[in-house]
Write a protein that binds this ligand. Structure first.
Ligand code: LMR
Length: 397
């Protein structure tokens, strides 16, 4: 059975870390995968998370299965974090949430659900997008297309081209938009652009799928939900995929959620029942520890305040590194105006480096970044910035 199986290509993002781990160069730098590092180059466990874990260890009494859709308290807290208290969709009970293993798990459950109940729907992805999106929906058996997103010349959103393309999409197709901190470009729509996008999707009968993996890493927890608030108009339908890998630093706990917004409470319950049947046929029910941490932190006012400060701390450090990166590149002799990097949001800088330059950085300097030129700013430190910018200036010369 196995003798003729060929090697699969390495993963576009996680495969780079595999290569990094094998590199014996002691000066190597990994700025590929989106993992936050503090000023000392460590990925810390947040203090609020540590405290929540201590409480959980003391108080948990069993390791029973969770419900297929996860614990009700966790799901309610996820909804409140998304919408804020008292949002019309919540009071109308037209929202249903299932706890999933990470944001990736949520995306795959959406894919499985669409394949089961809306098999002819095409999923539209931004060009460019997170390297894993396409294969998630294709693996679920769906048709995938792209819409323009990035105006490389102006380093801005290509809104007109985006809307012109989506204008051609048939009603019932699903349009994946990044809730904030667009991965990989770091370019988010302005409030006015969100309004145009929401208008266009509503007019065409297209269903938004909000990939919301970086809430709190852009401008603030509520501010980063501006797109969600615009899309979730009275009567609007949508999917939201949350991840707590980044804003809680719970990368290896695999904790996220799929939230579906429907027109009515009855529809929300029906869709949830279908989502549950997809989950049961996949991983049965979700892992408990990560969701217990998130629920403990969000439900306790003091822990929640501490967590919000910690999220702000991560966001501020990343923004500080953006500035330092741009300044150091200029100091190293880069003539091109790189100040656009300061305005990008979230963990990543879409640097404009070509595939060849990325390859040279790996070969000549053991600096690992994603092939698209995406650099994890959250992995830059005072210690590696000089080496990094010297190398980038050289390959850009
Ligand atoms: C990334 O884009 O680097 C992260 O979302 C991690 C991943 O799973 O790819």
């Amino acid at each position: 059975m196995f003798e003729t199986v060929e090697m699969a290509p390495p993963d576009a993002i996680l495969g780079i870390t595999e290569a990094f781990n094998k590199d014996p160069n002691p000066a190597k730098i990994n700025l590929s995968v989106g993992i936050y590092k503090d000023a000392a180059g460590q990925t810390p466990i947040l203090a609020s998370v540590k405290e929540a874990e201590a409480r959980i260890l003391k108080t948990e009494t069993n390791k029973n299965y969770k419900p297929i859709e996860g614990a009700p308290d966790y799901n309610a807290l996820v909804q409140e974090l998304l919408f804020g208290k008292g949002h019309e969709a919540l009071t109308a009970k037209r929202v249903a949430t299932a706890h999933t293993p990470g944001g990736t798990g949520a995306l795959r459950v959406v894919g499985d659900y669409l394949r089961k109940k809306h098999a002819t729907a095409t999923v539209w992805l931004s060009d460019p997008t997170w390297a894993n999106h396409e294969q998630i929906f294709k693996a679920a058996g769906l048709n995938v297309k792209t819409y323009p997103y990035f105006d490389a010349a102006g380093n801005k959103l290509a809104l007109d081209r985006m809307l012109a393309t989506l204008e051609q999409a048939p009603a019932g197709d699903v349009v994946l938009v990044h809730g904030c901190c667009h991965n990989p470009t770091g370019i988010d729509p302005t409030p006015a652009q969100w309004k145009s996008i929401a208008d266009a999707l509503a007019k065409r009968g297209l269903v938004p799928l909000l990939d919301f993996a970086y809430q709190g890493f852009g401008t603030g927890l509520r501010e980063d939900a501006a797109g969600l608030m615009e899309l979730c108009r009275p009567g609007a339908e949508m999917f939201i995929c949350s991840s707590f890998s980044k804003n809680f630093g719970l990368y290896n706990e695999r904790v996220g959620a799929l939230t579906v917004v429907t027109k009515t409470e009855a529809a929300a319950q029906a869709v949830l029942s279908q989502v549950k049947s997809c989950i049961r046929a996949n991983y049965s029910n979700p892992p408990a520890h990560g969701s217990a941490i998130v629920a403990t932190v969000l439900a306790d006012p003091a822990l929640r305040a501490q967590w919000e400060l910690e999220v702000k701390g991560m966001r501020d450090r990343i923004n500080g590194m953006r500035k330092l990166f741009v300044e150091t590149l200029a100091k190293k002799g880069v003539k091109k105006d790189m100040t656009f990097i300061i305005h990008q949001k979230g963990m990543f800088s879409f640097s404009g480096l070509t595939k060849e330059q990325v390859e040279r950085l790996k070969k000549e300097d053991a600096i690992y970044i994603v092939g698209s030129g995406r650099i994890n700013v959250a992995g830059m430190t005072d210690k590696n910035i000089e080496t990094l910018c010297t190398a980038i200036a050289r390959v850009m010369a």
